[in-house]
Design a protein around this ligand. Sequence first.
Ligand code: ZN
Length: 135
Amino acid sequence: MENNKYKLAAWPAIVHAKCPRCRRGDMFANSMYGFKGQKMNISCSHCGLVYEREPGYFYVAMFVSYALNVAEMVTLAVAISVLTGSRNPWLYVTVILSFAFILSPFNFRYSRVVLLHWLTPGLHYHPEMSQDKPQ
Ligand SMILES: [Zn+2]
């Protein structure tokens, strides 16, 4: 296959929040942790894919974000229980809410990445679009 030499791996594209169609363009315009909040690019700088598939599309990412939050909270609760053996509910509430706050930019970003990479019907990777653009 001629196209295979352009094929980019899925995991680095997901970790670095790259475009789901070409895996080259960045989905976000700035870094995950910063005082200005996160700014998402309107479209892919490489293949032109519009990230917000239809108006309000990222409301769906709230459900992904909810699932991420539940997974993190359950993991933390089990970890606190195993590591400290404490039965004090305030320890759990304090640690879990602090982590929910610290991880919120992560959840915001990766809920959208997961939505576009895995949960959007009809949006797939196109290796031929990973090629360098003709000058
Ligand atoms: Zn793209």
